[in-house]
Design a protein around this ligand. Sequence first.
Ligand code: NAI
Ligand code: MG
Length: 370
Amino acid sequence: MYKIAWLPGDGIGKDVMDAARVVLDALKLDAQYTPADIGWEFWCNEGDALPQRTIDTLRASHCAFFGAITSKPKEEADAELAPNLRGKGFVYRSPIVRLRQIFDLYVNLRPCKAYRGNPLNYRDDINLVVFRENTEGLYAGVEFHPVPDNVRRALEESSGAMRAFKEIASDDMAITARVITRRGAERIVRRAFEYAQKHNFPTVTLVEKPNVLRETSGLMTRVARKVARDFPKIELWEANIDAMMMWLLKNPQQYGVLVTSNLFGDVVSDLCAQLVGGLGFAASGNIGDQFAVFEPTHGSAPKYAGQNKVNPIATFFAAKLMLDWLGETERATRLENAIATVIAEGRVRTYDMGGKSTTMEMAEAVAGKL
Ligand code: NAI
Ligand code: MG
């Protein structure tokens, strides 16, 4: 029996997770779903959006299934903290980023496939799979403002490029470090190639900018070329992030697996998701060597919370990714086929697809095909 930590979170997170449960139950997955707390109310009431008890539940589970959370800018976060907790040093930290760090979930896997009959498809022949590095790059959290004197001095001593900022006060300057490690680059690129091999993709495209980001994108590129040698049947393509935005709009059907660092992956994957239907269809897996968290990529959409209105298909695809990861290949394929059939028939469509069906009607339609 699988132990799956169940994290609905906030807003429509609850709506889409209830819908996903209908579908998972129809698949008769032998699983125990353990609810756990995550999200805004736990920040407000406890000063922690990801309480330790939730981390303990995750540690006792095979993987986690997560809906969405609400997060707000600093001033609002501080203002909504319970009065008895204010001024006690609580700092809001993104629970999703923390999950990725705590469990070393270094792969952010985002398949973006156009299903026949989806009125939101940009084209009908798109099948993209983004591998975004999930733990380092520009999101490593190495940031300074104001820039401390010792950091500034070290940078000035070791980089001539700092001369351009000589006259700028440390308080008038902010620095975010883009940290790429050989280990981080190697493991994300290797997972991308392994996926391409397993699923018969002829190419892997590295999306970076090594002509300008000579050191960080340069390291990614060198590592990718080395890893590619272990996969002689798969071609490594190299594209710059900016040009890739144009190519993906012009000829998305020419690409397959894409691999990139954290920020570029965030950007590329949103574009790819929109090409195949947008937030109602985009799912992701945050995957490490021991643990994984599966989620729709959308947020908590507060204005639709509890209305049984939003599209749960993204969450169903997240369930499909989870089943794949668990090795439940037969159920994963059946689920994908059921979703594809409902999309192709076009009788049940949520508002984003131009229809009037509810979240639960979509769940029942997919469950009905199982
Ligand atoms: P959002 O993704 O929650 O919603 C933006 C809009 O997209 C919605 O108003 C709705 O029109 C549409 N939408 C989203 N999910 C949909 C679905 N399943 N079906 C149909 N339409 C859908 O992004 P927003 O409004 O920027 O953020 C709301 C809250 O969610 C914020 O607090 C934000 O910080 C948080 N957030 C959380 C994420 C997560 O939990 N992974 C990711 C993105 C945002
Ligand atoms: Mg994003």
